[in-house]
Design a protein. Structure first.
Ligand SMILES: NC(=O)c1ccc[n+]([C@@H]2O[C@H](COP(=O)([O-])OP(=O)(O)OC[C@H]3O[C@@H](n4cnc5c(N)ncnc54)[C@H](O)[C@@H]3O)[C@@H](O)[C@H]2O)c1
Ligand SMILES: CC(C)[C@H](C(=O)O)[C@@H](O)C(=O)O
Ligand SMILES: [Mg+2]
Length: 365
């Protein structure tokens, strides 16, 4: 699939629903521009998943979408879901397409870096003395196991309708995600906190045991554990105590939305979903934001930062990734804001639409 001369990357693009098309379009422009500057070509292949796929094909995750993703160097995704599809049964909901993509591509690792840009200190809801020197946490979320993928169903309990979901983790599943966390910590500040609910859940008891076994392979990294309820509190009480957090699928989902607000907005948090190969899927942590869709209000920075993660982890273009990250920081340092990260002191002319923020980053790349 590679061209002689200029390297060509094949990128499957799933714009999805709600604000998905708006934010992904900006990230595609940045990838294209990064290619021009750094001498590679991104060839985009648009495919459908989510609510728009249901409308077009009757299926949230058409087979050709999964095949196109598997045949690509990487996948860029906006977001899926929306109130139009809320009445569908669980297994038909657009969000299940995401789970199908994650498991179908075997992307068991989800990196969610929560980094407070210095220019956004005003947008962090914590007191300056709590944030101190800044906030830089990497959440390593297990992505293809746990309660999201356990047995679930409807049943009856004492004759009354009931429903259940099951959390199950195998030792190898825990081992591999813990290793990712320790390897990541080695490149950062050398500290991993495992977050679980081992005082109640059997799956968490196993998780904690395996985490500490893996920790012995990394004597140079500090390893500790914390219960999820305490971790949720500690994250807003003293975020500086965390470096890498490794946790289960559902706890990671919840903690990352919480962490996003410490970076100013959910519109700032990127993610990389990775497996054992170079193929990865890159998407913002937020959803399809139906309340602001089509209004040009969405912050595209989480998606653009996800594209930078793609350049780093799937396309092996670290210089281009650094350049995109620097352009994001520069746009913010210059005072450019989308509405979600503006405050009362932001001059009106500095409040940008989705497209304008994309252009601001592009102009600084
Ligand atoms: N990865 C995904 O595809 C993904 C992730 C989360 C939620 N969802 C789906 O998205 C739909 C809406 O979910 P929700 O409302 O709970 O969460 P959401 O993240 O879409 O929105 C929560 C709030 O954050 C705001 N917001 C989100 N992204 C923003 C951005 N880039 N810029 C500015 N503001 C932003 C929204 O306007 C809203 O007020 C649901 O169908 C949900 O299942 C999809
Ligand atoms: C939409 C939903 C399935 C998804 C998840 O829970 O993983 C989302 O919340 C996320 O954080 O990517
Ligand atoms: Mg989520």
């Amino acid at each position: 699939m590679r061209k002689i001369g200029r390297t060509t990357y094949h990128i499957a693009v799933i714009k999805g629903d709600g604000i998905g098309p708006e934010i992904v379009t900006e990230a595609m422009k940045i990838l294209h521009l990064a290619g021009e500057k750094f001498g590679f070509l991104c060839q985009f292949h648009e495919v459908l998943a989510g609510g728009c796929a249901i409308e077009a094909t009757g299926q949230a995750l058409p087979e050709e979408t999964l095949e196109a993703c598997l045949a690509s160097d990487s996948v860029l995704l906006g977001a899926v879901g929306g109130p139009q599809w809320d009445t569908l049964p669980g297994e038909k909901r657009p969000e299940r397409a995401l789970l199908g993509l994650r498991s179908g591509l075997d992307l068991f690792t989800n990196l969610r870096p929560a980094y407070l840009q210095p220019a956004l200190a005003h947008a962090c809801p914590l007191k300056p003395e709590i944030v101190g020197e800044g906030m830089d946490i990497l959440i390593v979320r297990e992505l293809t196991g746990g309660i999201y993928f356990g047995k679930r169903g409807r049943t009856k309990v004492n004759g009354a309708p009931a429903a259940f979901d099951t959390e199950c983790y195998s030792v190898p599943e825990i081992q591999r995600i813990c290793r990712v966390a320790f390897e990541s910590a080695r490149k950062r500040r050398g500290h991993v906190t495992s977050v679980d609910k081992a005082n109640v859940l059997e799956s968490s008891r196993l998780w904690r045991t395996v985490f500490h076994e893996i920790a012995r392979e990394y004597p140079d990294v500090t390893a500790d554990d914390m219960f999820i309820d305490n971790a949720a509190m500690q994250l807003v009480h003293n975020p500086a105590q965390f470096d890498v957090i490794v946790t289960t699928n559902m706890f990671g989902d919840i903690l990352s939305d919480e962490a996003s607000m410490l970076t100013g907005s959910i519109g700032m948090l990127p993610s990389a979903s990775l497996g054992a190969t170079r193929l990865g899927m890159y998407e913002p942590v937020h959803g399809s934001a139906p309340d602001i869709a089509g209004k040009g209000l969405a912050n595209p920075l989480a998606t653009i930062a996800s594209a930078a993660m793609m350049l780093r982890y799937s396309l092996d273009q670290p210089a281009a990734a650094d350049a995109v990250d620097r352009a994001i920081a520069a746009a913010l340092a210059d005072g450019w804001r989308t509405a979600d990260i503006a405050d009362a002191s932001t001059p009106e002319e500095k409040i940008l639409s989705t497209v304008q923020m994309g252009e601001a980053v592009a102009s600084l790349l």
